[in-house]
Design a protein around this ligand. Structure first.
Ligand code: DC
Length: 507
C-alpha cells in the first residue's frame, strides 16, 4: 500500500483531528518501527509499519459515522469533572468516536460522532460554513422585523452575526411534532406560563458559543428549547431522543461531498463558489445614527473601498438651513422654510476643490460646501429638518440618487424611511460625551474656536430634536445592525462593517 503521512494514519486510527495527531507526534509520543518520530512530514506504509502511541500499538479501525439524538442534560464534550454525563453514556462502540461540532448541554438533537479525523477536521473548518439548522422555542412572538434582524445579523458582544435563515413556524414540522410535549426546564416553564411561546426554524452558517440563545435573547425572546435538526447534508428525522444510528452510505457520501475531497479541504469548485459569494455585495447600504457618531467617516471610506456612490443626506438639510439663514428667513416660519426647500436646487458632488472638504455642495450653482458646516447652521438644522414639508422636498431627491447605482447613504431616517428596503442597515451610536469630544476636536483641528461645554449642549439639543420630532425621527430600523463606537477607533468600526459587507448574502 502507498505511503501516507503519519498524522493522517493516526487520525484515521481514531486519535483525533490531524492537528491533534501532529501534537502527539511533536510531543514524542509516537513510535514507528520502534523509533520515536517527532518529524511531522514522516511518511509510513500503514499496512506494514508498526506504529505505537504511548507504547500501545495502534489498531486500524474501520471508519464509523454515527448520528445521535442528544437529549438535554448530556454534554457533547468529555469533561470528567462536569456535573452532567457525557454523550458517551448513550453511545458505546468499540471504536473511539469523537464529536464533530459541539452542542450545549441544554440543547438537543443531532450530534455527529466519528473516528474519521480527516473528515471531522474538514467539516469543522470555519471556511466551509456548513449550515446548522435548529428548531427553537422562544418566549413571546417575534414580529417580522425581529425575524429580519435574525436574518440580516445582530450585533453580539463578540461581533456581528453572519446572515442566517430564520422563519416563524405556525406549528412544528410533522416529523418533529412528537418532541413538542417534552418538559422544559423549570425556569422555562415559569416564563412560558406567563407568555405564549413560538417555534422558529433558524439556520446558522457559523457557530459561536451559545450563539443562537444569545441572538434570540437579545431580541427579547429567550429560548426555552433548542433542537438541532440539520447539520450540513444530514437531518435528524425521526431518530428518538437518546437513540443513535450509523449513517447510511449515502449520508457518508453526502458528508464527504460537503467537506470537499482534497487534502487541503478545498475543492476547486468550492473555491469558485466562495469567490462568487464574496463578490456579491449589498446594493444599498443605509447608515443612520446621531450627530457625530462617525457615520460620514465610515460611509465615505466604505464607498471608496467598494466603489459605491456616497450620499450624506445631512448636507441637504444643512443646505436648506444655510440658505434660510443667508436670506434672513425665520427658522420658526415653517411655511417659508418649506417653500425654500422646494424651490432651491441642491447638488451634492465629490469634492471639486482640494481644500479638505468632504463633499461639494452647490445650491442653485453656488458653492456652499463650507457654509453648511458653520456652528450657526449646526444650531438651526435640526428644527429645519423636523418640518414635514422639508422632508417631503428632500427625500424624493435622495431616493432618485439611490436609483443611480450601488450606494452608501448616511443620515437619520435612511433605514426607516428613505430606503426601507436597503440591503444592509447599520445604526452607529456613541455616548453623548464621546460624540461631543469628537466634534470639539474636529473644530480645533480646523483651527476654529470651540468650547467643549457649548459643543456638548448643542449636540444634546440636536439629539432631542432629531429623536423627538414627529416626522421620521431618528431611531434604529428594526433590522439595523447596531454598532456602539464609543470605545472604537474609526479603523475598528470599519473592520466590523467590512466584515458585515463581505459576509453579506441575500437571506
Ligand atoms: O448628519 P448631520 O449632522 O450633517 O445632519 C444634520 C441634520 O440634518 C441633523 O441634525 C438632522 C437632519 N437630518 C435628517 O433629519 N435626516 C437625515 N437623513 C439626515 C440629516
Amino acid at each position: 500500500m502507498a505511503e501516507e503521512r503519519l498524522q493522517k494514519v493516526l487520525a484515521q486510527a481514531g486519535f483525533g483531528s490531524r492537528r491533534a495527531c501532529e501534537e502527539l507526534i511533536r510531543a514524542g509520543r509516537v513510535a514507528v518501527d520502534g523509533r520515536i518520530v517527532t518529524e511531522l512530514g514522516t511518511k509510513v506504509d500503514p499496512e506494514t509499519a508498526e506504529i505505537r502511541v504511548d507504547q500501545q500499538p495502534i489498531r486500524r479501525q474501520p471508519l464509523r459515522y454515527v448520528m445521535l439524538h442528544k437529549p438535554t442534560g448530556y454534554l457533547s464534550t468529555e469533561d470528567v469533572r462536569a456535573e452532567y454525563p457525557s454523550w458517551k453514556e448513550l453511545v458505546q462502540t468499540p471504536e473511539r468516536l469523537f464529536v464533530v461540532g459541539r452542542l450545549d448541554h441544554d440543547s438537543e438533537g443531532l450530534l455527529l460522532l466519528t473516528n474519521d479525523g480527516e473528515l471531522a477536521q474538514r467539516l469543522m473548518h470555519p471556511r466551509h460554513e456548513h449550515p446548522k439548522t435548529y428548531l427553537v422555542e422562544v418566549v413571546g412572538i417575534p414580529d417580522a422585523r425581529k425575524i429580519r434582524r435574525l436574518q440580516h445579523g445582530i450585533m453580539l458582544d463578540d461581533g456581528p452575526t453572519a446572515p442566517a435563515r430564520a422563519e416563524l413556524l405556525s406549528e412544528l414540522p410533522q416529523e418533529y411534532r412528537r418532541l413538542q410535549s417534552r418538559r422544559v426546564t423549570a425556569a422555562g416553564e415559569d416564563a412560558a406560563r406567563s407568555r405564549p411561546t413560538r417555534w422558529l426554524r433558524i439556520t446558522l452558517y457559523e457557530g459561536r458559543k451559545r450563539q443562537l440563545r444569545r441572538m434570540v435573547a437579545l431580541l427579547g425572546h429567550p429560548a426555552l428549547r433548542v433542537i438541532r435538526i440539520g447539520l450540513g447534508p444530514l437531518t435528524l428525522g425521526d431518530l428518538r431522543p437518546g437513540k443513535w444510528r450509523d449513517l447510511t452510505p449515502g449520508e457518508v457520501r453526502a458528508l464527504r461531498d460537503a467537506a470537499g475531497g482534497q487534502e487541503t479541504g478545498q475543492s476547486s469548485r468550492q473555491d469558485g463558489r466562495e469567490r462568487k459569494t464574496k463578490q456579491l455585495l449589498p446594493g444599498m447600504i443605509a447608515i443612520d445614527g446621531p450627530a457625530a457618531s462617525g457615520k460620514s467617516t465610515i460611509g465615505r471610506r466604505l464607498a471608496q473601498k467598494y466603489g459605491y456612490l456616497y450620499l450624506d443626506t445631512g448636507v441637504m438639510y444643512r443646505a436648506v438651513a444655510a440658505v434660510a439663514l443667508a436670506r434672513g428667513i425665520a427658522i420658526s416660519d415653517e411655511a417659508a422654510v418649506t417653500a425654500l426647500a422646494r424651490q432651491i436646487e441642491i447638488q451634492v458632488l465629490a469634492p471639486t476643490v482640494a481644500d479638505g472638504r468632504d463633499v461639494t455642495v452647490l445650491v442653485d450653482g453656488a458653492d456652499l460646501s463650507w457654509e453648511i458646516r458653520k456652528p450657526e447652521v449646526d444650531r438651526v438644522v435640526s428644527p429645519v429638518s423636523a418640518y414635514e414639508g422639508v422632508r417631503q422636498a428632500l427625500v424624493p431627491q435622495q431616493r432618485r440618487i439611490a436609483g443611480q447605482g450601488p450606494i452608501v447613504m448616511v443620515g437619520r431616517d435612511i433605514g426607516t424611511a428613505v430606503l426601507p428596503d436597503a440591503d444592509l442597515k447599520i445604526y452607529l451610536d456613541a455616548t453623548l460625551h464621546e460624540r461631543a469630544m469628537r466634534r470639539y476636536r474636529e473644530r480645533l483641528d480646523r483651527g476654529e474656536q470651540a468650547d467643549f461645554d457649548q459643543v456638548l449642549a448643542d449636540l444634546r439639543r440636536r439629539d432631542e430634536i432629531d429623536s423627538g420630532r414627529k416626522h421620521s425621527p431618528l431611531m434604529p430600523a428594526a433590522d439595523a445592525i447596531m454598532i456602539d463606537s464609543t470605545r472604537l477607533t474609526a479603523d475598528e468600526v470599519m473592520k466590523l462593517v467590512q466584515g458585515l459587507i463581505e459576509r453579506w448574502r441575500r437571506p
